[in-house]
Write a protein that binds this ligand. Sequence first.
Ligand code: G1P
Length: 297
Amino acid sequence: MHKKVTKAIFPVAGLGTRFLPATKSVPKEIMTLVDRPLIQYAIDEARAAGITEFIFVTSRGKGALEDYFDHSPTLEAELERKGKTDLMEVLQDTYMDSGAVAYVRQHKAMGLGHAVWCARRLIGNEPVAVLLPDDVIASDTPCLKQMVEAYEQTGGNVVAAMEVPSERTSSYGVLDVKEDMGNMVSVKGMVEKPEAGTAPSNLAVIGRYILTPDVLGHLDTMEEGAGGEIQLTDAIAKEIQASDNVYGFRFRGQRFDCGSKAGFLQATVAFGLAREELKDELQGYLNELAAVKQAAE
Ligand code: G1P
């Protein structure tokens, strides 16, 4: 029996410069996809996978994120007074059990590996999930739940992976595949943001990980990697050498890169179309746009 995965780290310390000026005063993770902040999607996914302890690695200026998961007595009292039970219901997902959330501060932007390392004392000798809220994944079975099932079979480290075009591999961590078993691949290496033409495969890592405590141990060395940052990919690569216990997992679902403007807009359309109350109006508008474009051609 493998130790259950009950803890998750959410690295949310980034400045979100790609979304300036919006992110000047609003944390990127609070930006809204339809009517829910990005972070809510990640939390929902983690909950659905059985996570009960949520660790946010934050930085200066992320106060709105802490407030988001707190009760808001004034708002609640007002909604209650007005009998708005439907809206009170909407707020339920934003509440966390007392003591279930912890915030750790990353004092300096030293990379994803460093952010995860900042949470090490709260993880101890347990497996941990890491979710990057920029990567939003639409799927019938939430991506992390699929990964927990894969972890329960292997007991090894599981990283979410998907095929990307060759010209995009330099934006990702990329897997060096040992054996391709379909949904699962065993891995003999992993490279962070390989230079064009040098990627070991087209299988890119997406921001969902289940990690054994040893990986966090490898981060202790604080070695700089790609971009002069302490990379999570490098710590996982060390674990591959040490234990040969790392698997790539081709998840079922569609991933949106909400760290880019185009990806965020695509996600907005896709999640809008998935909402019963919005889909007809939105689809009608998209049809109109397509018709106008066709007429102009
Ligand atoms: C991070 C990881 C990278 C991974 C990517 C997925 O990179 O370092 O290995 O492929 O997330 O979104 P970032 O996009 O933060 O530069």
